[in-house]
Design a binder for this molecule. Sequence first.
Ligand SMILES: [Zn+2]
Length: 641
Amino acid sequence: MFTRICCWILLAIASFSLSTVPAQAQDPRKPVRLNVDMRDATKHIFHAKLVFPVAAGPLTLVYPKWIPGEHSPVGPIVNLTGLFFRAGGKEIEWRRDDVDMFAFHCQIPAGVNELEVSLDYISPSSVSGGRENPSATAQLAILNWYTVLLYPQGAKSDDLTYTASLQVPAGWKHGTALPVASETSEAIEFQPASLTTLVDSPVLMGAHMRVIDLSPGQTPAHHIHIAAETESGLEVTGDLVHQWKQLVAETGALFGARHYRHYDFLLTESDNVETDGVEHHESSDNRVPGRTFQDPNISDAMTDLLPHEFTHSWNGKYRRPAGLATPNYQEPMKGGLLWVYEGMTQYYGTILSARMGTWTPERLRENLAWVAAYLDQRKGRTWRDLEDTAVAAQLLYASPEEYRTWRRDTDYYDEGTLIWLEADTIIRQVTKGKKSLDDFCRKFEGGENTGPKILPYTFDDVVAGMQEIAPYDWREFFTQRVQTHGPGAPLGGLENSGWKLIFTDTPNESREASEVAMHLTDVQFSLGFLVRDPGGENGDEVIDVIPGSPAAQAGIAPGMKLVAVNGRRWNPDDLHAAIRQAHEKREIIELLIENEDFFRTYRVDYQGGERHPHLERISGKPDLLSDIAKMKAAPVPVTRD
Ligand SMILES: [Zn+2]
């Protein structure tokens, strides 16, 4: 998901009317000063003061609404509080626009050249599962500047300059891609930056932090800044650090150029923030559960997060669909090409997890098998094409899990993986192995080494770029994949690469790790449902039921609760045992289900046994997948950190 920055429009018009588009009363030559005081972060409140250069006349300031990387109008306006405007020593009255909740109108009196704005941002104190989640805990905080600022309505973020300073709690350290001008024990002063760059440069801070150099001696520099709830949370293995260094090298081999002055991975390890990742041009905001690096299941499930967010520096930030390359944070975004922005990034996040050495080729195949299998039975594709999931991204990010297979989800991520794998294999076949999708990346997203900038693209540009690498009817290929209602997932890439999707009674290694990490039991390919494990929040809840599956035919639906299997209080092991027993003894499985205040036993007629997805070699076909997964850069020397 994420990003950018700044200058001014001076239109001092004496007349002031809220009923017309207000003219802007600012001085275009001076930056906005912004001070953010995070010393109350542990109380979940951030304080900010802004000083705008202004001239007499009407002025409208706005709070960022459309957040880069979120692809949605989720600026946390409800948590903007304590808003005061002052000028010439007096309080200035502001009035919120009665249609646009993010806009605040005021009138700058004559003889005044600065407007002071103070505001507070309330960081939610608990993980809600929604889009607005905590950014501060008792031990750490992440500051996204867009939560604590206003800017003049109508201005382009590239045209505005902000000079920011920051105060952090005593003893806390910080990490950010935003260049620092000076630092004292009292405050950090940052170099002036465009509003685009400021919003694109979050700051991670905390009581327990460490920094690791991932490309020692090289330009541009790459660092990872880790913040955790405790000192022990900062411990990562030397192997993992070595793999992160290899990731940096692999992106060099893949793209051939970099579009940042330096790159800073910000990594938060905590159960008190939501697991998430947001991309930026020169950094990424990666949030993982506590104990991620101590628990192999969580660590495995989180592997592709850093490769995904890092890939976005090229695919998403430097090259961006024109509909997402908006001039400021009020202009609506159009997500129709997210199957490129997120889909190709998801593909390379997966592939780079193998190239950097974290996932074995077998582990990569387990991931692809799982993705192919669950998407292949997405019944929602009968009414909704993939492109519609991208267009409706702003709705789907917040959609509930119930009936997800029927509603569809943000499928352009994982289905993008399958589409771009297929495109990769077609290039390799058409060019007889001389070219691959890596060549497209190098040409389309690499190019020259530059600082951050945006080159927008359209669907036609993607088609033309692919055509340059390999002659093929790419327009028809992509149109078929994203605008039609095929009965199943696009599995051509697996087949082209020498593998086919099969089901066996052996658990899928990829899904097994994520089931443990997410506290759920997945029997969607056998009985046809997913259920939250007992004991946790919403424990026993049936998350989703596959339409047409044995569970659906028996009458079970999402939102019900599983109580017992064959007369005994359920647990994951016994549920799996019941599936095996039904297969061996040809029995009906009885599930006691709680539906609000009522209990009922559902008889599920299924004797097919355990079914878990895997990939199997197609004999006689070249194994392109293993070639794709191979390390492409020179191995990074092993060092002790
Ligand atoms: Zn992404």
